[in-house]
Design a protein around this ligand. Structure first.
Ligand SMILES: *Cc1c(COP(=O)(O)O)cnc(C)c1O
Length: 493
């Protein structure tokens, strides 16, 4: 299977696409065509374990990776998850299910891909004959950073450096990152919000000057952000797995179409669902849920992507994003895979901070996608209602998705299509906000929040969060967004 860049048609193998992260023309790598999964193959998947399902889906794209090795890597990656199912499905009402993607080491859905990415990247380097040391640079809105650090800590021949917005992550997320163990890791706070942070890191990636200096140190850059196809591919697998679980538990007939509602920031998670649909998974609609930073829900209803708007800090920080990088992959597909038009639109986004698609393209997008959003208060309402009605506790990001799903039900009362709401973080990752949502109580301290939330919900507390309090802080530096490359050089020297 070959991959092509969304902006200029640069071609690469899967291994090369993963090692590079971004194409030379600044575009994202997408598969040359969508591999198909037949009904018979979907039937076969029913009896498979999660690592087997993931291997099956990944091999459709990454055919130059050895199947046995890939399976072993998936088994290793998903053995780091708590419980025996890395992506369990919970029924909360007739026809309504929650897909829990947060049982991994860092309690957020990023673990689904980032526990596997080190293998995909290391092996990709071997396949491509890359001899240099790999330096992974990550800009994070909170959860990617920790999951990447945990995935790559002490990996052979790879160093990882994470930048997070100083004022833009939750206290838990910050503690998780600043106490990270491992000999090859570094964490730096950046003045500004996530978009400032992401822009500064992208500049390092696209600078020839930086690449030249790094080369002198025998270092090449790679990315663990969700623009990397190695992040996207493992995410496709859980949509297949959820579908298989619905069939095996007799909730749906094989072939029946279902809907997903996905809490969305960089458009990576929901794009994986769209890829699954294009591969033949019976998905009817995808509901894209945002918080008050609702640039995506505006785009999905008007066809205009306009980032000239205020940036809000919300209680769902991993969705506080105005530049949704992965949307480029959808725009590319919808344009009829028009490289030139995609490049023009992305250039326009850079220079004019907006672009629009045609009404025909918008209609095509709306055949599958619709968008909605929840303010913090609306998210609280949704979390509270579900907790009171069913006893189920969800985090603030999932709360936004629940609000959007409920809006859909209210507008489409006769709709019998089963709905899976994708849940992206363990509630204990945002203990104060979740405690407030389910009990109305405010506490100042995160660990007090954990204790009270446990008292209110009796839900098990993940060990990795409980032990954070006693871990020494290893990283406490804050840097100016203009000076990130100095930090990089200091780290690799
Ligand atoms: C990253 C993240 C999201 C957003 O996912 P995208 O793939 O960027 O759309 C939502 N919720 C949580 C908890 C996250 O960590």
């Amino acid at each position: 299977m070959k991959f092509v860049s969304t902006r200029g048609g640069e071609k690469a193998t899967g291994a090369r696409a993963i090692v590079k992260g971004l194409a030379d023309d600044g575009g994202l790598f997408v598969p040359e065509k969508f591999p198909q999964v037949t009904r018979a193959e979907l039937e076969d998947m029913l009896s498979m374990s999660y690592p087997e399902r993931a291997t099956f889906v990944l091999r459709k794209y990454l055919d130059e990776y050895d199947e046995k090795q890939l399976l072993a890597a998936c088994e290793r990656a998903y053995s780091k998850f708590e419980g025996d199912d890395p992506a369990p499905l919970v029924k909360i009402d007739d026809g309504v299910y929650i897909l829990e993607l947060w049982h991994g080491p860092t309690c957020a859905f990023k673990d689904m891909a980032l526990t596997l990415l080190p293998y995909l990247l290391r092996t990709g380097c071997d396949i491509c004959g890359v001899k240099e040391e790999i330096l992974i640079l990550v800009a994070t809105s909170g959860d990617t950073g920790k999951a990447a650090l945990e995935g790559f800590k002490d990996a052979d021949g790879i160093k990882i450096m994470v930048f997070y917005p100083a004022e833009g992550v939750s206290k838990m997320q910050k503690m998780q990152m600043c106490t990270q163990e491992g000999s090859n890791v570094n964490v730096v706070a950046v003045k500004g919000n996530f978009d400032d942070c992401q822009t500064a890191v992208k500049e390092i990636f696209s600078s020839e000057e930086c690449a030249k200096i790094l080369k002198e140190h025998n270092v090449v850059l790679s990315s663990a952000n969700s623009i990397n196809f190695g992040r996207l591919a493992p995410q496709i697998a859980y949509y297949f797995s959820a579908y298989a679980d619905l069939v095996t538990s007799n909730q749906i007939e094989m072939g029946e179409e279902i809907d997903f509602t996905v809490p969305t920031g960089n458009f990576g998670n929901i794009l994986a669902a769209y890829y699954a649909k294009n591969m033949g998974l019976p998905i009817r609609r995808l509901h894209c849920a945002s918080n008050r930073n609702n640039v995506l829900s505006d785009f999905l209803s008007t066809g205009v992507y306009d980032m000239r708007r205020e940036f809000y800090k919300t209680t769902s920080p991993s969705m506080d994003i105005i530049v949704s990088s992965n949307l480029e992959r959808l725009i590319f597909e919808i344009s009829g895979r028009n490289y030139k038009l995609t490049a023009e639109r992305m250039a326009k986004l850079k220079s004019e901070k907006m672009y629009s698609v045609t009404s025909e393209e918008l209609a095509e997008i709306q055949k599958t996608f619709d968008g909605g959003f929840a303010t913090d208060d609306e998210g609280v309402e949704a979390m509270y209602d579900v907790f009171i009605d069913t006893g189920y506790t969800m985090d603030t990001h999932t709360g936004c998705a629940m609000k959007v799903a409920v809006d859909w039900f209210e507008k489409n009362k006769k709709d019998e299509t089963k709905m899976v709401v994708v849940s992206t973080a363990n509630p204990y990752k945002f203990p104060q906000d979740v405690l407030y949502a389910v009990t109305g109580n405010d506490v100042k301290d995160s660990f007090k929040g954990i204790k009270r939330l446990h008292a209110a919900t009796a839900m098990a507390v993940p060990k990795s969060l409980l032990t954070l309090r006693d871990k020494p802080v290893r990283f406490s530096k804050t840097a100016d967004s203009k000076k990130l490359f100095d930090e990089v050089l200091a780290f690799i020297k």
